[in-house]
Ligand binder design. Structure first.
Ligand SMILES: Cc1cc2nc3c(=O)[nH]c(=O)nc-3n(C[C@H](O)[C@H](O)[C@H](O)COP(=O)(O)OP(=O)(O)OC[C@H]3O[C@@H](n4cnc5c(N)ncnc54)[C@H](O)[C@@H]3O)c2cc1C
Length: 697
């Protein structure tokens, strides 16, 4: 379970070389050379992964904003595919649940047991999506999602976590990038139930994945490599990593090399010390994380550890990660659906059994609202997961959808945890309760596979990329050009102009004049003007349509009556987002490279709106009235949240908010905030070498 961090700027890479990425250029123009380098490198890896995937059909989220609108059939395809999916997962789930019922699933200290793993492996659960030729079950990912959901719903969330990691990034990386020999060697082992981990995070690096410091050096004696991941290069929080297990290790090729490699190896069965005299060191220790406590989660140390040349995967390690993440995110959503169903079941049982003030708890409106949140979040996560999986299977680029699916699932899972606590009361903190045991996992779902807010910002960048590169690049280029001195070098920070406002016209009229003349001479400026006029005309023509009742519009007649208004609201608002994005760009200009608040807010609105649409169509596709009512309730809650998140009308509010955040942040950063005076921070776990602060450019 990993967290790579994509660029946080509005602009998108248009070239594979980091140096040429538009995002990197925007950051460089804004004077942030460090971010420009990091972002350029990450964007290049993401772009290579997308090319490798070859999903060429335009992304759904982008079409919902910029058109053409997807058909109802497409929006319902995920639900229909899942309802027709094969039953290959049933024996796997049955074996796992039987083990749970026998009381064998967990060891006395709460870890997944060998007996459970054995029972699941016997049904090829660990090789569920591995092709039959390598000993797997040849299952579809949608079937795996159903398995993952059922496991999590029945108290086996940790098993779902283990299998998801095993198959999405473990087997997934081998299937996509491994040589034939590597597949033949490792995939049968995975299919038999040998655990496989993916080790990218280090003590010294987290979200900035391209900065890994573990490295390999060539070993002339063997023709292979020696791996060095010592000190704060240790691999940290590696899920599924255990003595004797398989692991994909991301490491730089050469200590200062540019290439980030990936090596698949079997870890030694026990720790190896220097004094053992075998020429290398290795240890594997618990990372002592309080989340995923039922799983293996380790800190790994290597010093001079031998790797065979045949263990190298011929690809960039971060690219492989990006490639596999889409499935990891869909599976996390499936698990979140399961966890939320589990919360609902336990809360419901309690609420029906317990007398509250004035009768059974279930009779009262607020506990019912909480229960609605749990089943609503479950359905939302499931609808998004199934839609994403089908989009991927149909060759659509998952840009945007995979990210909001993960963020929505993790957010609703945490909200449902809290809702469940409100219904269960004190007993939700009973240490033997599965609601209590789930708590840390629900929190960590927001961090692993991409921290929610970061991936929402990356999503905004992805789904607006086409528009940005076509219509906004000119403006960006002009702003960039006025921040370069006559010697061709970037101007000092204090002379850079990131945003032209009415005040700038008075303060720096020369620069504004220079920018304006360059802008009107720029072709893409006129293209943007044309886009604005054309789109305004279309919106004007559509205006009368707003008066037509939803029930009369053929597009919404295909939906159950109780869901139509939500689908229409979601689609209309998604289309309007093209104006919100334009407005945000015109308002913040180059500052948008730093302005995370508006991007995150826009991302959240997209997440809610696409969730509403997915819910409506998911429920419409299946003949289940109880789920349609759940979908309507969840949509109502989401609609309220969207209305509270102001974008175009909130531009100046965001300015104020950003200024206040900046002021408090500066005080905190520079030791001026008295509220934190006199309190010593606790030393954090897994300390790393802190980089010396660079003087500000
Ligand atoms: C239970 C668990 C299981 C895990 N499993 C694995 C695994 O199997 N394999 C693996 O490789 N890793 C794994 N991880 C690591 C996980 O991917 C990392 O926690 C993640 O990469 C974040 O790194 P970090 O925690 O060091 O945060 P940091 O990189 O230190 O970041 C700290 C915070 O700052 C924020 N931040 C950083 N940069 C920016 C920015 N530019 N703008 C805004 N916010 C920013 C981050 O979002 C984060 O919230 C696991 C972690 C946990 C806790």
């Amino acid at each position: 379970m990993l967290v790579p961090h994509r660029a946080v700027t509005t602009t998108q890479p248009t070239a594979s070389s980091p140096a040429e990425s538009t995002a990197a250029k925007a950051l460089a123009a804004a004077g942030d050379a460090d971010s420009a380098r990091d972002v350029g490198a990450l964007d290049a890896a993401a772009k290579q992964a997308a090319e490798r995937l070859g999903r060429n059909k335009q992304a759904l989220v982008e079409r919902l904003i910029y058109g053409p609108a997807p058909s109802a059939n497409e929006l319902q395809s995920g639900a229909l595919a899942a309802s027709k999916a094969g039953a290959r997962g049933a024996p796997v789930v049955a074996a796992a649940l039987a083990s749970l019922q026998r009381g064998e699933a967990f060891t006395a200290d709460g870890k997944l047991s060998a007996a459970l793993r054995h029972a699941v492996a016997a049904e090829k659960g660990y090789g569920f999506t591995v092709p039959g030729e390598f000993g797997g079950l040849d299952g579809e990912y949608v079937e795996l999602a159903l398995v993952e959901e059922e496991m999590a719903a029945n108290g086996l969330g940790p098993l779902a976590v283990e299998i998801s990691g095993e198959l999405t990034i473990g087997a997934g990386s081998l299937l996509a990038y491994g040589t034939e020999a590597q597949k033949r060697l490792f995939l049968p082992l995975v299919a038999q139930g040998e655990l496989m981990a993916f080790g990218l995070t280090e003590v010294g690096i987290g979200v900035n994945a391209k900065k890994v410091r573990a490295y390999v050096e060539p070993d002339p004696a063997t023709g292979g490599f020696r791996l060095f991941a010592h000190g704060d290069r240790n691999k940290l929080w590696i899920t599924n990593a255990t003595h004797g297990g398989l692991v994909g290790i991301v490491a730089r090729v050469g200590q200062d090399g540019k290439q980030v490699g990936l090596f698949v190896t079997r870890l030694p069965a026990r720790d190896v010390r220097a004094e053992d005299g075998v020429g290398y060191e290795f240890w594997c220790r618990s990372s002592d994380t309080g989340a995923f406590t039922a799983n293996h989660n380790a800190r790994l140390h290597f010093h001079g550890y031998p790797l065979a040349a045949s263990e190298q995967i011929q690809a960039d390690g971060v690219e492989v990660l990006f490639y596999c993440l889409r499935m990891g995110r869909c599976m996390l959503a499936a698990m979140a659906a399961g966890y939320q169903r589990m919360f609902a079941v336990d809360a419901l049982a309690y609420a029906t059994a317990r007398e509250g003030v004035g009768g059974q708890v279930i009779k009262h409106e607020l506990p019912r609202q909480h229960l609605g949140r749990m089943v609503g979040g479950a359905l939302q996560s499931r609808a998004l997961s199934h839609l994403s999986l089908q989009q991927d299977a149909d060759g659509h680029d998952l840009a945007g959808l995979r990210d909001l699916t993960k963020s929505a699932a993790a957010t609703t899972a945490l909200q449902s945890q809290i809702a469940c606590e409100r219904v269960l009361g004190g007993r939700s903190f009973d240490s033997s309760s599965r609601v209590h045991q789930a708590r840390h996992n629900m929190h960590v779902f927001g961090v692993v596979e991409g921290e929610d807010d970061l991936i929402l910002m990356g999503m905004v960048k992805d789904v607006t990329d086409g528009f940005t590169s076509r219509y906004m690049a000119g403006m960006l280029g002009v702003l960039q050009s006025i921040n370069v001195g006559s010697d061709g070098k970037p101007l000092p920070a204090e002379q850079r102009l990131l945003r032209i406002t009415p005040a700038t016209v008075l303060q720096q009229p020369g620069k504004v004049w220079q920018a304006t003349t360059r802008l009107v001479a720029n072709g893409s400026f006129w293209l943007l003007a044309l886009w604005i006029v054309g789109n305004l005309l279309v919106e004007l023509l559509r205006l009368p349509l707003l008066l037509v009742p939803t029930s009369l519009l053929p597009r919404y007649q295909q939906l159950p009556a109780g869901l139509r208004r939500y689908a229409r609201f979601a689609e209309t608002r998604m289309r309007w987002l093209r104006w919100a994005y334009l407005g945000i760009n015109l308002h913040f200009q180059l500052e948008l490279t730093r302005a995370q608040i508006p991007l995150q807010r826009l991302g959240k609105v997209i997440e809610h709106l696409v969730s509403m649409l997915a819910l409506c169509h998911h429920a419409a596709a299946l003949p289940d009235n109880s789920q349609r009512r759940v979908a309507a309730l969840q949509c109502e809650q989401l609609m309220t949240q969207v209305k509270g998140l102001r974008l175009l009308t909130g531009l100046w509010q965001m300015d104020r908010l950003r200024a206040l955040v900046g002021a408090v942040g500066d005080d905190l950063e520079h030791g001026r905030c008295t509220l934190v005076d006199g309190v010593a921070p606790q030393a954090f776990a897994h300390p790393f070498e802190k980089k010396a602060k660079k003087p500000k450019a």
